[in-house]
Design a protein around this ligand. Structure first.
Ligand SMILES: [Zn+2]
Ligand SMILES: [Zn+2]
Length: 228
C-alpha cells in the first residue's frame, strides 16, 4: 500500500510537504499574492476604485485578475517556466488559482490564451499562456479556443521598446477569424506589464463581437507608467 502514497517536493524549498500545486505551506504564505487594493479594470494599485489612468484612457479590456504581483520569487519562477520549459509549473499556477476562488468561472463563456507568433513558437517550443489556459479550462470547465485569434505580425519583444513604440509595435498584431458575438471572454497570459499586448488583443476580440473581455494573468507588475 505504501507504494500508492505519493509525496511531492516543494518547487521552491524542496521540502517534502507540498500539495497538489507543488508548493509547501510556508512557501505559499511567502509568495507575493496580488491582494492589495487595486483598480478592478487594470489591476494596478489603487484605493480599490477605477484608477485615473483607466478613467482617462479607457482600456479595451473590462477587468484584470492577477494571481501574484511580479516580485521575488515569482519573477524567478516565471522566468524558469518561460525559458526552461518547466511545464509542471503551469499545473501549479492553475491549481493555485482554482484554490483561491477569485475568478468568476460561471460568467466566462470562452478562454483565449495570448497568441504566440509561429516563429516564436518554433524558437521556444511551447506557448506558456496556452499551457496554463489548457489547465484552467479543464479545471473550470470553460471552453478553450486557441485558433480563433492569431498573432499575424512578428514583433520585437515589448520589453526592449520604449512606451510609445510599444503601442505602435502592437498595432494590427492580432487577427480574429471567428465571430465572437456576445461572448464573455477571459484572456490568459503569464505576465502583464504595461498591458499593451493584452489591450490590443482585447480590442481585436471586441471587434469580433466579444461583449466582455477580462485579463487573467499569473503576475502583474506594479510599475508605472503603463499604456494602452
Ligand atoms: Zn517550500
Ligand atoms: Zn486602472
Amino acid at each position: 500500500m505504501l507504494g500508492l502514497i505519493f509525496k511531492t517536493s516543494c518547487i521552491l524549498c524542496t521540502s517534502q510537504d507540498a500539495g497538489a500545486h507543488a508548493l509547501c505551506q510556508p512557501c505559499l504564505d511567502e509568495l507575493p499574492w496580488h491582494d492589495a487594493p487595486q483598480c478592478p479594470q487594470c489591476g494596478t494599485a489603487s484605493n480599490g476604485l477605477t484608477c485615473g489612468n483607466c478613467l482617462h484612457n479607457q482600456p479595451d479590456f473590462d477587468a484584470t485578475h492577477a494571481l501574484f504581483s511580479y516580485d521575488y520569487p515569482l519573477d524567478r519562477l516565471l522566468q524558469h517556466y518561460k525559458y526552461r520549459e518547466s511545464l509542471h509549473l503551469a499545473d501549479a499556477f492553475a491549481q493555485l488559482w482554482f484554490d483561491k476562488k477569485t475568478l468568476d468561472y460561471a460568467y466566462i463563456d470562452l478562454i483565449i490564451p495570448m497568441p504566440m507568433h509561429s516563429i516564436r513558437l518554433k524558437q521556444r517550443g511551447f506557448n506558456q499562456a496556452l499551457e496554463i489556459a489548457k489547465i484552467i479550462s479543464k479545471n473550470a470547465n470553460i471552453k478553450l479556443d486557441y485558433t480563433a485569434c492569431q498573432r499575424i505580425k512578428f514583433t520585437p519583444p515589448q520589453a526592449t521598446l520604449p512606451h510609445k513604440e510599444r503601442i505602435k509595435n502592437m498595432r494590427g498584431v492580432f487577427e480574429c477569424t471567428k465571430n465572437l458575438s456576445g461572448l464573455n471572454i477571459a484572456v490568459i497570459d503569464d505576465v502583464m506589464t504595461t498591458g499593451t499586448s493584452l489591450n490590443e488583443l482585447a480590442k481585436t476580440l471586441k471587434q469580433a463581437g466579444a461583449a466582455h473581455v477580462e485579463c487573467w494573468v499569473i503576475a502583474r507588475t506594479l510599475a508605472k507608467p503603463y499604456s494602452y
